[in-house]
Write a protein that binds this ligand. Sequence first.
Ligand code: ADP
Length: 386
Amino acid sequence: MEYFSSDFTLGILGGGQLGKMLLYETRKWDVHTKVMDTSPEAPCKIGCNEFVLGDLMDHDAVYHFGKNVDLLTIEIENVNVDALEKLENEGIQVFPQSQVLRTIQNKATQKLFYRDHNIPTSDFSRFAYTSEIRKSITNGGLELPFVWKSAQFGYDGQGVKIIRKIEDLEGLPNVECITEELVSFRNELAVIVARNAKGKTKVYPVVEMEFHPEANQVEYVICPARIDEEVAKKAQETALKVSESFEHVGLLAVEMFQTYENDILVNEVAPRPHNSGHYSIEASYTNQFEQHIRCILGLPLGLTESKVAGVMVNLVGTDGHTGDVVYENIEDILAKRGVTPHIYGKKQTRPFRKMGHVTIVNENIERAREIAQQVKEKIRVISQSQ
Ligand code: ADP
């Protein structure tokens, strides 16, 4: 199949920032794209060749969109999987495959998958409704503390709560959920694995994630992770095992906990480009978005090594600010060494909304981390004063 400057059309479900960054690469290679998103203001609109408004969870919308492209990928996992399966049965290539998405869309199914494939993960229990949890605590079936997770539609920590006492359950939605053992961890790590349809894989370096204590969102992603070589090797081997188990085509971002005993436990995966891989745009030989395209089109996989150390800072909306966005002090951070901001193109800011990110590259990782902190302290994502 000829992809470059040809009639071939790559369909992308979802038009957010991940899609937008994917489109930098399709533009680089002149691969024709068609994107579907629910919002007429989706960040992807400026980068794709064709844009379709449509509900990603709607069977018919996804099916008809898929029927008119040559190959379908996603930038968000909450899409109608039945439609993807139907498209696959009718000969359309869908990467990641519908089966992978079906397994990961539900956190209970995802955890069972790890258990069935001997992948180390924290202990967990499944509940059809949150209301059943109290009973289980009372009759001794479940011990406090634990982590409550909504089985479906959680993202960026929205469907996750640490339960230390029974009252913490109050206010949680009464939905299908899981409870997980509360892992006491030294580090949160992530590894991205690239895999093509022939089963060839390449693995990116281990990154370390630092979280915002209140918003439960990643604040810094540091590459390479400042951990022992042996732990890094174990994390990469675990990620490769997860990748082999899923047999996905495309990227798989594997989020993990490093415990104080240096065990690696898999937390969750995303079969697509991921926030933990944004550093790769400036720091790697092949950035994650180009790599995803290489995987799904069956092109040779690119080098995953870094050229330089990288730290990524998420730019999220400042608390208390809602409305037309302003990036205060962006020129000050642009004046710093090795600093590149990425603005996703969302016109409205909200508290903790992901609005962009900044990558800091430096030969010295500690220096990169210092500059990242200065960036974080300097730039503010606020709303225009009225
Ligand atoms: P989401 O799908 O919303 O990203 P995650 O499952 O990744 O949710 O959880 C969000 C964050 O909550 C994690 O990055 C971690 O900091 C914390 N967390 C999740 N599960 C556990 C656990 N079992 N033990 C301790 N902390 C956890």
